[in-house]
Design a protein around this ligand. Structure first.
Ligand code: HEM
Length: 209
């Protein structure tokens, strides 16, 4: 593991996590297009700095956060819970556990990674892991074929609201917590804009919206 990786590690091994590997397909979105998207979302160099602070503050809290989102909130909403269950509605504990580890790692990727071509490429990997193109494949499970885009997009509101108390857990000032929260929300907005592209591909748009 490279030293920079160790500082935001969530486990020694994360099954199915392939950030930066050669097998990750190149995104058709360029860093130039991403630059435009950052501008559209009002994402500045200051937000980048605050995201690093978010990452530092969230060290040691990612497992609690992902548990809250997935094992508590999503699990209590049948229309969302079904995406981690078999088609008959049975739990698949290993699926939830492995994908939750990747979800935890994504928090640190959001905060600490350069938003460069590798980051764009990985966005183009994790979004299809929610669509009919790739959901279930990585963990070899039989579950719903896709998470509708509208639900993923709407769930961002819950993620944004519920992350806030965690940002305040390490004694930062109110202003700092607000600035961290703004940076986090803008990043998620940008990521969901990027996710729209694989979902909007003509063959999926009608069913998977
Ligand atoms: C309705 C809301 C959502 C549901 C029900 C949901 C469900 C899931 C499921 C079932 C997986 C495993 C995918 C697979 O089969 O490989 C997964 C993975 C993941 N989800 Fe979501 N998701 C939702 C929204 C989001 C949002 C809004 C984000 C972030 C912006 C997100 C980030 C991730 C990440 C990072 C992973 C791990 C990706 C990977 O497989 O490597 N999810 N999610």
């Amino acid at each position: 593991m490279k030293p920079i990786e160790r500082t935001f590690s969530v486990a020694d091994q994360i099954p199915g996590y392939i950030y930066g590997h050669d097998c990750v397909p190149t995104s058709s979105v360029s860093t130039e297009t991403l630059g435009g998207l950052k501008e559209s979302a009002g994402f500045t160099a200051e937000d980048e700095r605050y995201l690093r602070l978010v990452g530092t503050v969230l060290i040691g809290q990612t497992s609690q956060i992902v548990d809250l989102w997935r094992r508590q909130i999503i699990a209590s909403i049948p229309n969302l819970a079904r995406h981690s269950l078999t088609l008959e509605g049975e739990p698949i504990p290993e699926y939830l556990a492995k994908s939750s580890l990747r979800f935890e790692k994504w928090i640190f990727d959001t905060c600490f990674r350069e938003y460069d071509q590798s980051w764009l490429d990985y966005q183009r990997e994790i979004a299809p892991r929610h669509t009919g193109a790739k959901k279930n494949e990585v963990d070899g499970v039989r579950s719903t074929a896709f998470v509708p885009y509208r639900d993923a997009l709407a769930f961002v509101a819950v993620m944004n609201e519920t992350i806030k108390p965690f940002l305040a857990n390490k004694g930062n000032s109110r202003d700092e917590v607000e600035a961290m929260h703004r940076a986090w929300c803008k990043s998620l907005q940008i990521q969901m804009a990027l996710w729209a592209e694989p979902y909007i591909q003509a063959s999926r748009a009608i069913t998977e919206w």
